[in-house]
Design a binder for this molecule. Structure first.
Ligand code: CA
Length: 214
């Protein structure tokens, strides 16, 4: 129990939630009104989801499907009306500080490719699918970037899709804990923190697999 408490505090606060409200990073906030079976289609420019702006020719689908959630009640399909879509948020950052973007992604019946950009970071991610597309299995991703401006825009876009996915959920952006560079006792303390961080990461994945959180 003590380890769990330390792991949670070492991960840090989700800056998306701090900026836009608790749950914003997981697409939980905003006025959801279903436009189809278990989804709300949002077109380019929509700001219906609190903290996020929709882009791309196809827009996105805001999902309320119980079988396609990593956390909470809503998730996001980056492919809306047939074409690739995107969604982005802008958060306050400190120049030179390192941040970690964590999220969960799922491809549906087959793997789907996405692209994550944040400041100077531009990295593809491959969201695995499952043989049973109704039974979502989310994969956890972590990517780090160093901020180069006082505001950083973080964007997720669908790159290659069959019209569904990647589905993303549970997005968090946290400051990466700094490890002291000198002093044996401080270095040891830093190593212990990193160890707790790994423990916390596995805990998060475990919770995601169970569809629960803390
Ligand atoms: Ca969610």
């Amino acid at each position: 129990m003590i380890l769990g408490t330390l792991a949670a505090s070492s991960k840090g606060a989700n800056i998306i939630d701090e900026t836009f409200g608790a749950g914003a990073g997981s697409f939980e906030l905003g006025s959801f009104v279903a436009t189809g079976a278990d989804f709300m289609r949002l077109s380019n420019g929509a700001t219906t989801i609190t903290g996020w702006t929709v882009g791309g020719v196809g827009g996105v689908d805001w999902l309320v499907e119980p079988s396609h959630l990593a956390f909470g009640n809503l998730s996001l399909d980056l492919s809306g009306d047939g074409g690739d879509g995107s969604i982005s948020t802008s958060i306050p950052t400190s120049i030179g500080t390192q941040y970690r973007i964590s999220f969960a992604a799922y491809g549906g019946g087959i793997a789907q490719s996405g692209l994550l950009t944040a400041g100077s970071l531009s990295v593809p991610f491959n969201a695995p699918g499952t043989s049973d597309p109704s039974a979502a299995v989310f994969t956890a991703f972590d990517f780090d970037f160093t901020a180069t401006s006082l505001t950083t825009t973080v964007s997720f876009q669908s790159v290659s899709s069959d019209g569904f996915g990647p589905v993303i959920d549970d997005v968090s952006i946290t400051k990466v804990p700094t490890v002291p560079e000198s002093g044996s006792s401080m270095l040891m303390f830093g190593t212990v923190l990193v160890g707790f961080g790994i423990f916390g990461k596995f805990s998060d994945r475990g919770r995601r697999m169970l569809g629960k959180r803390q």
